[in-house]
Design a protein around this ligand. Sequence first.
Ligand code: COI
Length: 359
Amino acid sequence: ASSLQQVSKPLASCVDGENEYANLDWDNLGFGITPADFMYSMKCSKGGSFEQGQLSRYGNVELSPSAGVLNYGQGLYEGTKAYRKEDGRLLLFRPDQNAIRMKMGADRLCMPCPSIDQFVDAVKGVALANKRWVPPPGKGTLYIRPLLMGSGPVLGLAPAPEYTFLVYASPVGNYFKEGLAPLNLYIEEEFHRASRGGAGGVKSITNYAPVMKAIGRAKSRGFSDVLYLDSVNKKYLEEVSSCNIFLVKGNVISTPAASGTILQGVTRRSVIEIARDHGYQKLNQVEERAIPVEELMDADEVFCTGTAVGVAPVGNITYQNRRVEYQMRAESVSQELYSTLEGIKTGIIEDKKGWILEI
Ligand code: COI
């Protein structure tokens, strides 16, 4: 609420006067940018702290050509979603976890960071101000993108003298064009996503452009996305360009340990907690560990997790000219986890864990 109070008069009246829904084809949302009306921004100088932020109309931002983010990639991003309940209210899913992850990343990239309350207030403010862009229940979500960047000018390689925290939003549907159909993954051998001691464990913007080449090559061959292996042994699973990976074998669910080179996904953590709580389908263990690629090829079931991706089943994986097809089971673990998580996020299943913020 505090963020909305900061909206200037003309904007506030605009928010109040909105129709219930923006004019959009809600049945055909993909994962593209359809900017919502308002964004949030807050600045901070080096050594200072973030003070009063504000909502403004969505639009271009002005940056110095020598801004730290443009020259040296001093930037982080986050992703979280707002859901519309049947009764019209909005739900946010664990935005504090994104705030905590941004803090870790800011520390790694030598940036000051908004407090957890400031971050969550900004996300709330953006969701509420853009309520007419939150899709009807079952049609999609409002994807909210917080950014933290070195916006001040630098020339020598050093932290920027000023920082900007921005939050914008776009309504989205499924991330992959496959929709909810099983994904086709390609295991990349030439490129790696991250190396030990690098920034692969935080949501640095610099982790994303370098994987575009691998994604582009794989997509042109009909794959949905690329799975990376560790850069030292070239044999342990890391993550997919846009999401984390899990496998099921016998009564064990396994996922690569978040040991610095993979992203600590909020969906990844939530799925692990749900599976552990439920003793899932008699699956009594969830392991976070180093997983050799051969285990993946021998799994009963494979699925991906991410904010944008959700919980997505994998139909086949190609590695060294070998393609493994996974049998799609009627009551798969991924389907169960997907339903539970979506149920909690949309208010259909009671949230016993304090994950949901109703706004
Ligand atoms: C997300 O899941 O929110 C991400 O940041 C992944 C991105 C490639 C869309």
